[in-house]
Design a protein around this ligand. Sequence first.
Ligand SMILES: *[C@@H]1O[C@H](CO)[C@@H](O)[C@H](O)[C@H]1NC(C)=O
Length: 395
Amino acid sequence: MALQIDFALVFFSVFFFLLLSVAQSVRTFDVRNYGAVADGRTDNQKAFLQAWTDACNQNGFSILYVPRGVYMLGAVEFSGPCKSPIIFWLRGNLKAPMGPSSGAENWIGFQYVNKLLIKGGGTFDGQGPSAWSSNDCQTNTNCRQLPTTLKFDFVTNSRIQHIRSLNSKNTHFSFFECKNVNVSKVEILAPADSPNTDGIKIGSSTDIRISKSRISTGDDCVAILSGSSNIDVSYVYCGPGHGISIGSLGKYQGEKNVNGVSVRKCIFRRTDNGVRIKSWESPIPVIASDFLFQDIYMDRVRNPIIIDQTYCPHASCNQQTASHVQIKDVTYRNIWGISSTPIAISMECSRQFPCKNIVMTDVVLAHFGPQGPSKSVCSHVNGRHFGQHHPRPCF
Ligand SMILES: *[C@@H]1O[C@H](CO)[C@@H](O)[C@H](O)[C@H]1NC(C)=O
């Protein structure tokens, strides 16, 4: 008995001591204490930056806290490195300035931050409807890009969870040179016809996981670009949108390989594409390998499975050669649903670098319409197939 009481006593004092020491080293920086006003009109740029600077220079653990309310916020760059892990706790609603915000590349940037956690159920409202009409990138190749809502550069060992991005002017979230970042329970929303509103763009980054999220937007739900590896997308609902894309690749000099991408347990509803790999016709050499697309439901998707190595979104491209992007080791497993066009599977690989080791197992995609059942078309594909198939594989 006495021993038990002693044990309990020791246990609780250790627990209490731990609690105390944690409590002492956590400090909260409430933006209101820096003069932030939640009236939806006053620009809170200065208050947010000052709160960030203090939180970032604090030893221990810091929380930058944004309470409920609507805060107008001009373009800000939250830079590290910080002295300790930092939580950006957003309960409120941040609103970007109206209009195209000429000059700013990003609305909110985080750079050189290690151990960042963004959470809190709040919203980043890009106010896109006030800017989309100034996007002329469809016709003007020298167009000025509208700002990205959240840009992460050199952010490591971080998590982004339970937040919402609404009506970004351009891309919603973009990652560059990031490592070990988990994104979960985020909601990304913009209308189907909003221009260039990619959901999540990933470039030159490693170990990025996106899960349990909903992405409804006007461009790619997720786009995985040059130099990315070990990217996992799971339990994501995509639609409307242009699907999940690897690429486009082979457009710029010096592009790096992309390898290790898995897309698992996802739903695509009324999207333009499901899972897509795309590359331009150019002599830029890139290897795109080791992809897994598994357990995916397609509901009325225009191009459920597509590899396009003659990618050219404009009327004419400056094609110099067949694509030099080598696609290999790609597995499609357990993919089913409905294609809204007769061509459910389309694989147009490079004639100079044919796709290698494409494996399809249990892929069943139906089409209902006057043009007959679903078809698959392919060129320059080396692959194998197993299990049940509809349409018949074309390789
Ligand atoms: C992200 O998730 C993976 C897999 O669950 C885990 O191993 C990793 O530590 C997580 N990273 C962060 C920064 O939470």
